[in-house]
Design a binder for this molecule. Structure first.
Ligand code: ZN
Length: 160
């Protein structure tokens, strides 16, 4: 079965960032699952998945505009430490969650002060060119429930 709108795609990936040491992979765990055509993955990856079949392997390079967006300088914020959720030991580079103006937000610690912390709220992969090695594991029709929710259920998808 081919990847197309309203089908559930399961895949393994290895991700590298051009010019950096960073790498990440789903190998060794469950494949990732998403509902195709509903922004379940970044646009550059979703486009490259179209019409693939189980067993297909391919590489795709995704630029920031088709990935996690451009890096924006104004996404730097000074946040009171008391608004962090379970701050633990704060060091530069640590990922934290805080109660922001529009609900829970994620940020990366840039600088720690006595009462405040400077956070970078860009997505950690904003502004980066990403190289994915993909293996398509499974493609199936979405259930009515998955279509109503707009995402995949089961291993690699949402659990609720
Ligand atoms: Zn759901």
């Amino acid at each position: 079965m081919q990847v197309s709108r309203n089908r559930i795609v399961s895949f393994h990936y290895a991700l590298k960032v051009t010019g950096e040491e960073f790498s990440e992979t789903s190998l060794g765990g469950d494949p990732v699952s998403y509902l195709h055509g509903h922004d379940g993955v970044i646009p550059g990856l979703e486009d490259a998945m179209s019409q693939r079949e189980p067993g297909d392997r391919f590489s795709v390079t995704v630029t920031p505009d088709r990935g996690y967006g451009q890096y924006v300088a104004r996404a730097l914020q000074r946040v009171p430490i008391k608004r962090l959720v379970k701050p633990g030991k704060l060091v530069a580079g640590k990922q934290v969650v805080f109660d922001g103006a529009h609900g829970r937000q994620q940020g990366t610690v840039v600088k720690v002060g006595r009462f405040n912390v400077d956070l970078d709220t860009n997505h950690p992969l904003a502004g980066k060119t990403l190289v994915f090695d993909i293996e398509v594991i499974d493609v199936r029709e979405a259930t009515p429930e998955e279509l109503a929710h707009g995402h995949a259920h089961g291993p690699g998808g949402a659990h609720h």
